[in-house]
Design a protein around this ligand. Structure first.
Ligand code: FM0
Length: 323
């Protein structure tokens, strides 16, 4: 028996952050989150299940991966093998498409593409909602990459109802300018960072409460296409996530001096009447939510300080595609 499937999935940037799990093995989050899928970073993954292989093989960007990375993929494929009673090894070939500089999260697009490809290869034929539940178990943020535009990941009350829901296609002059500060490997993974924050930060409880409030508000702002309100909520929410990390023991910060330079430039641009708002994840890069029609103006200002190849303009991206 043999089965193969190939899929593409795009990365997403959270406006309301996911930071902390209530169940680590099932990847159930403490709070619901909301993101924008973007066009410029994506993963393409092919999965082949076949009795011809003696074990699972995982190639990333053409390079055969070692034990740890392969095990994470194997464990994820086991979900499909178990559901389909499929006892076959797999070959997984994945390519991450990241313009110019990398250092940007690829686990969201990576696990969403892997889930979509394994879904075809195994013949499991999950619908998108179920697929987001599967992707979630690979990496939390991958839950949201099943869909395009603005996507909510509902934390749910159990494994079965913690999935993504598309909210809006974001086709109303929404864009993002990404400033790549550096490509260095992060010292603390988001997985480890959020665990430390949950376990040690006295601010964690208020983070969760306030993220739920922010989510309610941002959904209203998106519904009303109130760009400024949406941006202000996103900027505040991101800062609160980072505040929860500063309260961890030992304290955690992903910021670099240049990150702060970008934040101050964003505030200066706002004072000049350009609505734009920053958000950061588990790394020093800064993502600026803006009107797509103003993204080049923002880029022009940033390249007065940064190298042009540090700046990437992103449009809203689509959900998964079967190739
Ligand atoms: O994307 O432990 O998905 O909501 O990017 O694999 O479930 O890599 F800023 C942090 C993403 C976290 C916010 O964490 O963790 C967001 C973050 P995993 P992820």
């Amino acid at each position: 028996m043999k089965g193969s499937g190939k899929a593409r999935a795009h990365a997403n940037i959270a406006l309301i952050k996911y930071w902390g799990k209530r169940d680590e093995s099932l990847v159930l989050p403490m709070n619901s989150s909301l993101s924008l899928t973007i066009d410029c970073f994506y993963s393409e993954t092919e999965v082949v299940f076949s009795g011809d292989f003696d074990r699972d093989y995982f190639y990333l960007n053409g390079k055969l991966q070692e034990k740890d990375a392969t095990e994470r993929v194997s464990k994820f494929l086991d979900l499909f093998r178990k559901a389909k009673n499929l006892d076959l090894p797999a070959r997984v070939e994945s390519i991450n498409y990241l313009p110019t500089a990398a250092g940007l999260a690829s686990s969201a697009s990576g696990f969403a593409a892997l889930a979509a490809a394994a879904n075809v290869a195994s013949g499991l034929n999950l619908d998108k909602r179920e697929l987001s539940i599967y992707a979630r178990q690979g990496s939390g943020s991958a839950t949201r990459s099943i869909y395009g535009g603005f996507v909510e990941w509902r934390k749910g009350s159990s494994h079965e109802d913690s999935y993504a829901v598309p909210i809006d296609d974001a086709s109303w002059d929404v864009g993002m300018v990404i400033v790549v500060i550096n490509k260095r490997e992060k010292k603390v993974s988001s997985r480890a960072g959020m665990k430390r924050t949950v376990e040690t930060s006295p601010f964690y409880k208020v983070w969760v409460e306030s993220a739920e409030e922010d989510l309610k508000e941002i959904k209203i702002a998106i519904k009303n296409r109130d760009f400024e309100r949406m941006g202000l909520i996103a900027e505040r929410n991101g800062l609160k996530m980072h505040a929860s990390m500063l309260g961890a023991n030992p304290p955690l910060s992903y910021w670099e001096p240049e990150s702060l330079v970008v934040m101050q430039m964003v505030h200066q641009l706002r004072r000049e009447g350009i609505p734009c708002y920053f958000t950061m994840d588990a790394g020093p890069n800064v993502k600026i939510l803006c009107r797509l029609s103003e993204s080049h103006k923002i880029r022009d200002r940033l390249i007065e300080v940064f190298d042009p190849n540090q700046i990437i303009i992103a449009k809203p991206g689509p959900g998964i595609t079967i190739l």
